[in-house]
Design a protein around this ligand. Structure first.
Ligand code: DQA
Length: 144
Protein backbone atom coordinates (compact mmCIF):
# COMPACT_ATOMS: atom_id res chain seq x y z
CA UNK A 1 0.00 0.00 0.00
CA UNK A 2 1.06 3.58 -0.68
CA UNK A 3 2.88 5.04 2.31
CA UNK A 4 1.39 8.15 3.85
CA UNK A 5 3.36 10.73 5.82
CA UNK A 6 2.38 13.68 7.97
CA UNK A 7 4.35 16.91 7.52
CA UNK A 8 3.94 18.89 10.71
CA UNK A 9 5.20 22.44 11.21
CA UNK A 10 5.15 24.21 14.55
CA UNK A 11 5.12 27.78 15.79
CA UNK A 12 6.03 30.75 13.60
CA UNK A 13 6.64 28.61 10.54
CA UNK A 14 3.44 29.97 9.02
CA UNK A 15 5.42 33.23 8.67
CA UNK A 16 8.11 31.72 6.43
CA UNK A 17 8.79 33.93 3.44
CA UNK A 18 8.85 37.09 5.52
CA UNK A 19 10.22 35.85 8.87
CA UNK A 20 13.96 36.52 9.43
CA UNK A 21 14.67 35.81 5.77
CA UNK A 22 18.44 36.05 6.32
CA UNK A 23 18.11 32.89 8.44
CA UNK A 24 15.13 31.05 6.99
CA UNK A 25 15.17 32.16 3.35
CA UNK A 26 12.29 33.47 1.29
CA UNK A 27 10.37 30.27 0.54
CA UNK A 28 6.87 30.36 2.00
CA UNK A 29 5.48 27.43 3.95
CA UNK A 30 3.00 26.88 1.16
CA UNK A 31 5.76 26.62 -1.44
CA UNK A 32 7.69 24.19 0.76
CA UNK A 33 4.58 22.06 1.26
CA UNK A 34 3.92 22.06 -2.50
CA UNK A 35 7.50 20.97 -3.23
CA UNK A 36 7.26 18.15 -0.67
CA UNK A 37 3.93 16.96 -2.11
CA UNK A 38 5.31 17.03 -5.66
CA UNK A 39 8.35 14.98 -4.64
CA UNK A 40 6.11 12.60 -2.70
CA UNK A 41 4.16 11.92 -5.86
CA UNK A 42 7.38 11.10 -7.72
CA UNK A 43 8.36 8.74 -4.91
CA UNK A 44 4.96 7.05 -4.94
CA UNK A 45 4.01 8.16 -1.42
CA UNK A 46 1.57 10.74 -0.14
CA UNK A 47 1.96 13.62 2.32
CA UNK A 48 -0.58 15.57 4.37
CA UNK A 49 0.61 19.00 5.60
CA UNK A 50 -0.42 20.76 8.82
CA UNK A 51 0.90 23.74 10.78
CA UNK A 52 0.02 25.02 14.22
CA UNK A 53 1.35 27.59 16.64
CA UNK A 54 -0.11 25.60 19.55
CA UNK A 55 1.67 22.83 21.38
CA UNK A 56 -1.52 20.97 22.31
CA UNK A 57 -2.78 20.97 18.75
CA UNK A 58 0.52 19.53 17.50
CA UNK A 59 0.26 16.83 20.18
CA UNK A 60 -3.34 16.01 19.19
CA UNK A 61 -2.29 15.66 15.55
CA UNK A 62 0.61 13.40 16.52
CA UNK A 63 -1.81 11.17 18.45
CA UNK A 64 -4.21 11.04 15.51
CA UNK A 65 -1.32 10.22 13.16
CA UNK A 66 -0.85 6.90 14.95
CA UNK A 67 -3.69 5.23 13.07
CA UNK A 68 -3.44 7.13 9.84
CA UNK A 69 0.19 7.64 8.85
CA UNK A 70 3.40 5.68 8.32
CA UNK A 71 5.72 8.42 9.53
CA UNK A 72 6.09 12.07 10.46
CA UNK A 73 8.31 14.90 9.20
CA UNK A 74 8.40 17.41 12.04
CA UNK A 75 9.72 20.94 12.30
CA UNK A 76 8.60 21.76 15.84
CA UNK A 77 10.24 25.21 15.73
CA UNK A 78 11.22 26.44 19.18
CA UNK A 79 9.32 23.55 20.83
CA UNK A 80 12.22 21.39 19.64
CA UNK A 81 14.36 22.80 22.39
CA UNK A 82 12.07 22.35 25.39
CA UNK A 83 8.79 20.53 24.78
CA UNK A 84 8.93 17.31 26.76
CA UNK A 85 5.22 16.94 25.95
CA UNK A 86 5.92 16.75 22.20
CA UNK A 87 8.81 14.38 22.84
CA UNK A 88 6.51 12.11 24.85
CA UNK A 89 3.88 12.22 22.09
CA UNK A 90 6.46 11.13 19.49
CA UNK A 91 7.61 8.31 21.75
CA UNK A 92 4.01 7.26 22.44
CA UNK A 93 2.87 6.97 18.83
CA UNK A 94 5.84 4.84 17.82
CA UNK A 95 5.93 6.12 14.24
CA UNK A 96 9.23 6.96 12.57
CA UNK A 97 9.70 10.70 12.91
CA UNK A 98 12.32 12.88 11.22
CA UNK A 99 13.18 16.14 12.97
CA UNK A 100 13.75 18.93 10.49
CA UNK A 101 15.12 22.47 10.66
CA UNK A 102 15.64 24.98 7.90
CA UNK A 103 18.58 26.57 9.67
CA UNK A 104 21.70 24.90 11.01
CA UNK A 105 20.70 25.16 14.67
CA UNK A 106 24.24 24.22 15.75
CA UNK A 107 25.65 27.37 14.17
CA UNK A 108 23.20 29.55 16.07
CA UNK A 109 22.51 30.53 19.70
CA UNK A 110 23.48 27.97 22.33
CA UNK A 111 19.86 27.37 23.38
CA UNK A 112 19.17 25.99 19.90
CA UNK A 113 21.95 23.41 20.10
CA UNK A 114 19.94 21.01 22.20
CA UNK A 115 16.90 19.12 20.96
CA UNK A 116 14.70 17.28 23.44
CA UNK A 117 13.01 15.57 20.47
CA UNK A 118 16.07 14.10 18.72
CA UNK A 119 16.44 11.08 21.06
CA UNK A 120 12.97 9.82 20.07
CA UNK A 121 13.35 10.61 16.36
CA UNK A 122 14.70 8.40 13.61
CA UNK A 123 17.07 11.17 12.55
CA UNK A 124 17.61 14.91 12.34
CA UNK A 125 18.17 17.05 9.24
CA UNK A 126 19.07 20.71 9.60
CA UNK A 127 20.75 23.52 7.75
CA UNK A 128 19.59 22.95 4.19
CA UNK A 129 16.73 25.44 4.05
CA UNK A 130 13.63 24.09 2.37
CA UNK A 131 15.74 21.19 1.07
CA UNK A 132 15.82 19.84 4.66
CA UNK A 133 12.17 18.82 4.25
CA UNK A 134 12.83 17.06 0.93
CA UNK A 135 15.75 15.16 2.42
CA UNK A 136 13.55 14.07 5.31
CA UNK A 137 10.93 12.82 2.88
CA UNK A 138 13.54 10.82 0.95
CA UNK A 139 14.76 9.25 4.19
CA UNK A 140 11.26 8.30 5.35
CA UNK A 141 10.11 7.06 1.97
CA UNK A 142 13.13 4.76 1.72
CA UNK A 143 13.13 3.58 5.33
CA UNK A 144 11.96 0.05 6.03
C1 DQA B 1 13.80 26.16 13.32
C2 DQA B 1 14.92 26.39 14.35
C3 DQA B 1 14.35 26.70 15.71
O1 DQA B 1 15.39 26.94 16.64
C4 DQA B 1 13.47 27.92 15.65
O2 DQA B 1 12.88 28.18 16.90
C5 DQA B 1 12.44 27.85 14.58
C6 DQA B 1 12.83 27.32 13.28
C7 DQA B 1 14.35 25.96 11.89
O3 DQA B 1 13.60 25.45 11.06
O4 DQA B 1 15.49 26.33 11.60
O5 DQA B 1 11.32 28.30 14.75
O6 DQA B 1 13.11 24.98 13.69
Amino acid sequence: MKKKFLLLNGPNLNLLGTRETQIYGTDTLQSIESAVCARAEELGVSVVCKQSNHEGELIDWLHEARDEFDGVILNAGAFTHYSIAIRDAIAAIRLPCVEVHLSNVHKREEFRHHSVLAPVCMGVICGFGSMSYLLALEALAKAE
